[in-house]
Design a protein around this ligand. Structure first.
Ligand code: AMP
Ligand code: MG
Length: 402
């Protein structure tokens, strides 16, 4: 038997960050930057107007008021992208649109709402101090400033930022390509009828979706029957295309535990009993350099194993810290018990009321009971040395991706 931490340490010691890849910007969504991105020019690149209005010399309108407006000639229109008027002198004004470059000589913008909106001349009824409604060059980002550090996951704002500094391509850590395959003679494809003793295959669907939630690209493979030759063939086929392989089933102590039979002693793959519930039988190792995770077949065991071991490994492959699922401290709504010596992951219902997280364990916790996982939003983590926790205790709770 080994601890959860020992097993995870072995995994994280074996997986490698994926080599960087140069991608077009929109293809990089969800990947992780492998380089810092900096701004070649300041942003904004030039002083410009923050409003639709009139560019003025502020001293000209210092005395303007509702009762005695100041009237100025308008020398032209400056629109964003068309700096038709490059300068004004005292006593003149130019109509200016949001984002248009401020003409030389002007030191303030009067919003159109403070004027009569005139085209040839304009009546201005309020003063504006120097700098008013001007967006200065570099006030968003300075020239040369690093706007995104290496190791940043690229969501929508980050993709926007990279475009805004003029980059069409970026160097990133690609999304890990994870092949997911279930094993078991009893498994049938959803959408086909069941015979006696058969069940619909669900693990590979669930884990392929979990791979995507963890930032990877998931490839669900056709289920493999419990024959060593078929398992071996599948692994050989998949090694070429995968950054990691996840199997489920066939790793416990039964007579048809073919995954274990085929992989034990192959590459660096080892099988262990891990002190956790659910998810005790685990296998992991490198096969021709590719990480292979052999997870148990019971659906909840497979899912918890994925979140506890595969997800952190996938993060490490992307150059991210291998942190666990987002975890909060919550107050237990009801008493719970937990087996001695095992880290216990209980399906829970986490809620947030009056500024406090409260969590209630699901009534059923069998590792085959996918129903209670599908209606849970969290996993309560009970440490190895704890056997009972009364209602009101504080516990760590991992939020499940939703
Ligand atoms: P095994 O680890 O192969 O002995 O499987 C343990 C239990 O999980 C058995 O009840 C299997 O029928 C079930 N099981 C295994 N693989 C899957 C799967 N892909 N989808 C749903 N149930 C599964
Ligand atoms: Mg099986």
């Amino acid at each position: 038997m080994r601890s959860v931490d020992e097993h995870l340490t072995e995994i994280l010691g074996a997986v490698r960050v994926l080599p960087p890849l140069d991608l077009a910007l929109l293809e990089a969504q969800g990947t992780v930057l492998a380089e810092p991105v900096s701004a070649p020019v300041p942003l904004p690149p030039f002083d410009n107007s923050a409003m639709d209005g009139y560019a003025v010399v502020s001293a000209d309108i210092a005395e303007a008021s509702e009762s005695s407006p100041v009237t100025l000639p308008v020398v032209g229109d400056i629109t964003a992208g068309d700096p038709a008027v490059s300068a004004i002198r005292p006593g003149l004004t130019a109509r200016i649109m949001t984002g248009a470059p401020l003409p030389a000589g002007a030191d303030a913008v009067v919003p159109v709402e403070w004027t009569d909106g005139g085209a040839a001349t304009v009546r201005i009824s309020r003063p504006a101090p120097p700098g008013h409604y001007i967006r200065r060059a570099g006030e968003d980002v300075r020239e040369g400033q690093v706007v995104l550090e290496a190791g940043t996951r690229l969501g929508a704002p980050q993709i926007g930022m990279i475009a805004a500094v003029g980059r069409a391509r970026v160097t990133v850590r690609p999304k890990p390509r994870v092949v997911v395959v279930s094993t078991g003679d009893e498994l049938r494809e959803p959408g086909t009828p069941l015979g006696h003793g058969e069940i619909w295959e669900s693990n590979a669907y669930m884990l392929t979706a979990a791979v995507v939630e963890a930032g990877g690209v998931g490839f669900r493979q056709t289920t493999v029957v419990d024959e060593p030759g078929k398992v071996r063939e599948m692994l050989e086929d998949q090694l070429a295309r995968a950054d990691a392989i996840v199997t489920t089933g066939g790793v416990s102590m039964g007579t048809k535990d073919v995954v274990k039979e085929v992989l034990a002693g192959t590459g660096t793959v080892g099988f262990h009993k891990v002190r956790m519930r659910p998810g005790k039988p685990q296998g992991f190792g490198l096969l021709e350099g590719t990480p292979v995770f052999t997870l148990p077949g019971n659906p909840v065991s497979a899912y918890v194993s994925f979140q506890v071991f595969v997800r952190p490994a996938m993060r490490a492959m992307q150059g991210l810290p291998p942190e666990p699922l987002p975890t909060v401290t919550a107050v237990l709504a009801e008493d719970i018990t937990s087996p001695a010596g095992l880290r216990h992951f209980l399906r829970g219902d986490l809620s947030f009321d009056d500024g406090v997280y409260t969590v209630k364990a699901a009534k059923v916790q069998g590792s085959h009971q996918l129903g209670s996982l599908a209606s849970a939003n969290s996993l309560i983590v009970v440490p190895e040395d704890v056997e009972a926790l009364p209602a009101g205790s504080r516990v760590s709770v991992m939020r499940l991706p939703s």
